[in-house]
Design a protein around this ligand. Sequence first.
Ligand code: GDP
Length: 608
Amino acid sequence: MAKNSNQKKKKKNYHEGSYTPRKVEAARDCTYTEGITVKELGEKINRTPAEIIKFLFMMDKMVTINTSLDDDTIDLIAMQYNITITKEETVDESSLEDETPDEPADLVLRAPVVTIMGHVDHGKTTLLDNIRKTNVTQSEFGGITQHIGAYQVDVKGQKVTFLDTPGHEAFTAMRARGAKMTDIVVIVVAADDGVMPQTKEAIDHARVANVPIIVAINKIDKHNANVDKVYSELADYGLMPEEWGGSTMFAKIVAKTGQGVPELLEMILLLSEVLELKANPNKIASGTVVESKLDKGRGPVATLLVQNGTLHTGDYLVAGNSYCRIRKMTDDKGREIKSALPSTPVEIIGLSDVPEAGDKFKVYSDEKSARRVADKRTQAKIESERNITSAMSLDDLAAQIKEGNVQDINIIIKADVAGSAEAVRSSMEKLSNDEVKVKVIRASAGAISESDIMLASASNALIYGFNVRPDATIKKMAAESKVEIRLHNIIYKALEELEGIMKGMLAPVYEEVVIGQATVRQTFKVSKIGTIAGCMVDDGVIRRNCGVRLIRNGVVVYTGNLGSLQRFKDQAKEVAAGYECGLTIERYNDIKEGDIIEAYESQEVKED
Ligand code: GDP
């Protein structure tokens, strides 16, 4: 908006138009780049952030010192302060990308990437472990100290990559992010249990993703295994075994002992041959983040799956919003390597931030390009998240309050491992009920950052941190912007706490509380008004608009509302113990001398 072609026209409007800007010092022209924050803009135009925040508040825009401003808002500020602000062009990401399609001659076969899915307890983990143990040589195996989210095994001299993330959530989450990493899905079905809901789900996921399926019927060693039944159940669900004339490969296995597993692996090789999976190793690398975490000692750690090109140490890499120069790269066996071919999983450290599983990564020619792309993406992310929260303008907020029937708790989750952030997200979202909805607006791995505080402040969100601790700057920023940070190590404790908060937020339950008592001394009948009771307040207080109970000889004879309350001739708001008053009861006139009037009010009670 505030740039280029229409800049001249606008300049004229700002300076000579009907709008009269506040008198300020001589106009200073300046430039800005995408994502400039209130603080940065303030410095450029010689205004304090508070001044800008206040001005925008008047314009119904709520920002904090670290909010990055969009072009329209910068236009407004330019008008207000009589300044011409021009936007500097930022990097065009696509100009930095090498998108030349690969020549068929450059393509060579690559290892298939396999994901194992299936119903819980059907044996996915056992199968993955078995494959890993039996297909990695002893010397290599020593290096395997922890799972990095993917591993590669050798089957008859050919490599096969397994994504070590059994579970549909990971698969779906990655697909939702547009990541296509898997070439083949192995669906594990326990022969003693048959096709279960998650089996069907897994099949559906694979189908939607257009990934070919191999079925592994597991636990055929069990006395109650019924392979034929599983065959027919799967056939009913559209997976016809080759033995029955269909086109789906079925393996019968005992994941626990490894029986039938070599045959399953051969099927994988066979299918991958048919699929002709190829990539060009002679170009710079690109691929997807498989897993990421914030390691106490090492900082952000990410497992990458190279999908095209070859990744080398020394490369400048952007993954999601973070970038780095790869100093050290290790393979799935913990060995340091210098390069990684397509379909190879590697672990890298040194990224500027923790990327998310499913984020694409790409290598750039130099550090400057990598940093610019990462910065731009960070900005785009903030922008898109700001869109979620732009619903928080004063008008919208008022409208939301008016609606009153939906109350949302916005939550930001930060955890040391992306997996736990996702786990907490789903558990927290499940706490939603008809009255209060839990909305997780961000869930990611990494320390609590400035951008988290900004987002929380703009969207009135709570921040939940798991195994992460905010540093002093972040704590201060949170306190300044009145953002609540809750730190936990145990998920269920956090869930308990949130449940409590939700109860506090539920539509309040009211309880009657007696506030005072008076005795009727005499009564007057006044036409048009009815019976006026002259009373003495014995205890507490009687308030206008309170509820009343009329008690005669210890029995409540009427319950209703106070009509009017007077001290001498004047209306009174309240009359305290020891004073006389005149009162009427709404729509009730049978008041007698000696009656007791008990006054009560409704007060909110907290559920426990
Ligand atoms: P997942 O939830 O799909 O990962 O299932 P697991 O791999 O954790 O296996 C669930 C249970 O089934 C474990 O107790 C395994 O020991 C057992 N199991 C796995 N494979 C076999 C098998 O081939 N035969 C028998 N009898 N038990 C198995």
